[in-house]
Write a protein that binds this ligand. Structure first.
Ligand code: IMP
Length: 431
């Protein structure tokens, strides 16, 4: 089987969008399987920047079929505006390029309102969500009140379903958070307009579409959003997102069996970032953290928030490799580390005076750990123009080798800039 999963191995923003865009040149299908418009995948092609939140990053290759699978919470307003922008840019010429599952959960304005109202009320205790309504939309799915994408096309039942779906949220908005509820008629009217625009992209059974592609020997990439440490079950709970972000979610979210997967590629930055609240053992405070933020353009693609920056954390990486079953790694943004005299890498933690090599399961413990660093020699040269691994400065090659050895996982790809051409291949993607 020819399925490859691309998964974030840190706290999100590892550069999955670029990897999927580059890999898509060799893929027939790209499937987005979880999350929603909280993701922001930035792509730079010929110097032109495109930010996608819902449409899979494979869309920039006209022959690649992009699928939004059942596990995604589909923000209807956002997906329509992305489709419009892509059409205007000539990047979606025909609707067969984008297929949306009937089983996606529809995300509407009341989800966004509830997310924002909760965060505001939580004050200092807030999660630091993107405010895109992700939690409330997944809650509706779990409590069986959600509107599914397929429901939009049955107008005899849609209004009743919508009414039932918004009643509890409206009560909370009005009575508990003392904010404006959503208006049924207005929402219904808007939904009908948007549905008309989305009709050409309806896949109905997207699981079948992906199954047939895999069975027919097509090359299928599964595009993860967010990162391992934001996983609802295996991340630093409660400072996580509301979906499962690890590789197993690719199977659940798209409706395929695990035996369809050939490779699991963990995307990692050459350092670490995190947006929002929650523990981050290798965070660097002060001017050095600020320098990485500026040089790495570490500002959220969805919210514009400054990202917290720190050194590479191999304890967290080992954890990610284990829970995802990562078989290969892609090391991103190596160029951002140019110009540092020394580069630190966290190889273990200290907890209550004891050295530990495994990630603690308790978030309270993770808050208390102290990173133990190994200092490596840095390099001064600008490496953004380098086009092969052999041409990297020796210290950069040593850094790559050190990470690969410590993690006992091959690094297949190294990225030295946002452009497609700034991708150094060590091993081919598909066997
Ligand atoms: P939510 O997914 O909007 O509910 O946010 C929950 C947590 O996940 C917050 O800490 C967000 O900053 C974080 N988060 C959500 N999506 C992303 C992403 O795409 N990249 C990085 N962090 C994210």
């Amino acid at each position: 089987m020819s399925g490859i999963i691309v998964v974030g191995s840190q706290w999100g923003d590892e550069g999955k969008g670029k990897v999927v865009d580059v890999f898509s040149a060799q893929a027939d299908y790209v499937v987005r399987y979880q999350g929603g418009a909280n993701a922001g995948h930035t792509l730079v092609v010929n110097g032109v920047k495109t930010v996608l939140h819902l449409v899979p990053s494979g869309i920039l290759h006209s022959k690649t079929v992009c699928v939004i699978a059942a596990g995604v919470v589909l923000d209807i307003e956002e997906v329509v505006s992305e489709i419009r922008a892509l059409r205007e840019a000539g990047l979606i010429a025909n609707s067969e390029q984008l297929r949306i599952s009937d089983q996606c959960t529809v995300l509407l304005s009341h989800h966004r309102k509830l997310d924002q109202a909760r965060e505001k009320a939580a004050g200092h205790e807030k999660i630091g969500t993107t405010g895109r309504g992700i939690g409330p939309a997944y809650e509706d799915r779990a409590s069986r009140q959600a509107i599914l994408f397929g429901d939009l096309f049955d107008q005899t039942t849609l209004k009743d379903k919508l009414k039932a779906s918004i009643v509890e949220t409206n009560f909370l908005l009005k009575e508990y958070y003392k904010t404006e509820p959503v208006e049924l008629e207005e929402l219904y009217k808007r939904l009908l307009e948007l549905t008309e625009e989305l009709a050409p992209y309806r896949a109905k059974d997207a699981s079948m579409l992906v199954h047939k592609a895999l069975k027919g020997g097509k090359k299928v990439l599964f595009e993860g959003a967010q990162g391992t440490m934001l996983d609802l079950l295996h991340g630093s709970y409660p400072f996580v997102t509301s979906s499962s972000t690890i590789s197993g979610s690719a199977c659940i979210g798209s409706g395929i069996g695990p035996n369809s997967v050939q490779k699991i590629i963990g995307i990692t930055k050459a350092y670490t970032t995190r947006v929002g609240s929650g523990p981050f053992p290798t965070e660097i405070h002060g001017p050095l953290g600020e320098r990485i933020r500026i040089e790495g353009h570490e500002f959220g693609a969805t919210t514009g928030r400054p990202r917290r920056c720190g050194w590479l954390d191999l304890v967290a990486m080992k954890y990610a490799i284990r829970v995802n079953g990562i078989t290969n790694l892609a090391l991103m943004k190596l160029d951002v580390l140019s110009g540092h005299e020394k580069i630190e890498v966290c190889t273990s933690y200290k907890l209550d005076g004891q050295e530990i090599k495994d990630m603690p399961t308790s978030t309270a413990d993770l808050v208390r750990v102290e990173p133990v660093y190994r200092a490596l020699t840095g390099w001064n040269d600008d490496i953004t123009q380098v086009r092969s691994i052999q041409d990297l400065p020796q210290a950069a090659r040593d850094y790559i080798q050190f990470i690969g050895n410590e993690l006992a996982t091959p690094i297949d790809v190294v990225s030295v800039g946002p452009g497609r051409e700034q991708t150094l291949w060590i091993k081919p993607l598909f066997n």
